[in-house]
Design a protein around this ligand. Sequence first.
Ligand SMILES: Nc1ncnc2c1ncn2[C@@H]1O[C@H](COP(=O)(O)OP(=O)(O)OP(=O)(O)O)[C@@H](O)[C@H]1O
Ligand SMILES: [Mg+2]
Length: 300
Amino acid sequence: MSSSAKIPGKPASKTTGLHIGEIRPGVSKVDPIVTIDGVSRRFGGLTAVDVEHLEIPRGAITALIGPNGAGKTTLFNLLTGFDKPDTGSWSFAGKSLAGIPAFKVAQMGQVRTFQLTKALSLLTVLENMKLGAKDQRGEKLLYSLFSFLWKVKEVEIEAKAMELLKRFKLDAKKDDFAASLSGGQRKLLEMARALMTDPVLVMLDEPMAGVNPALTQSLLEHVLGLKEQGMTVLFVEHDMHMVRHIADWVIVMAEGRVVAEGPAEEVMKNPAVIDAYLGSHQDTDLGTITGRITLPKGKK
Ligand SMILES: Nc1ncnc2c1ncn2[C@@H]1O[C@H](COP(=O)(O)OP(=O)(O)OP(=O)(O)O)[C@@H](O)[C@H]1O
Ligand SMILES: [Mg+2]
């Protein structure tokens, strides 16, 4: 990965030309990896998600933004099989995902991390990584019949886990309990663990939330690195600096619906977006919600 050679604060070149025709909510993409049609989810009388049509561009970094309660996490849950919608259909890499359980969705190459990290605190860092490995389920019986095969597989899994831990600078902590990691290190562990399955699409739910500023730049670089390696990234984030800095495309949700989408610079100027945010961030302008990320000169 070449991201270490990047000048801090200098954005990687943005991927453009992602959409077809006039930009509006639900606009078609040149090469969509996820396509959503009529997906809705209600909790009692509340409609948490009501997405008419949405396409996520392949090979790019897309940010999903919107005020608290907009339905971002619920949409993530639906897309990854952690929850079931009341209506609608959606596909990943051309395959319909309706009714496919979460572990199968992950095996198909679509992985996600959680807003509240799910690292298992009583397991070590390395054990957490191994749990993320592919083929944990179906192949167990086969391997138990040929125990030497299982050992070969174990060695492979461990080597891969260690390589990823090195990349995320967590290798020195491999035998520590996940409980002893800082919030930011847990986020890194969760991202590293997601990569154990060689995913095609990585979905990150608030990767920056609760992360110490010292780790912010590193997390950013890792997200940019995923795209450099050919993965598609969809992330939920309230930190507008991060969004401006790394997102090729931005989708805005409010009250369950997609209210705007487009390149970051244009979306942030959109009155519908400003309205959606003013509900929850009364006294902040869209560029300075946290101010943790250094922008290049002249970009303030
Ligand atoms: N399991 C549930 N049962 C009942 N209501 C729920 C459930 N999950 C989510 N909701 C409601 O659905 C709406 C959307 O919630 P969701 O967590 O998807 O929002 P979000 O955009 O991720 O918000 P945040 O930015 O705060 O994480 C909220 O009003 C929430 O209270
Ligand atoms: Mg959420």
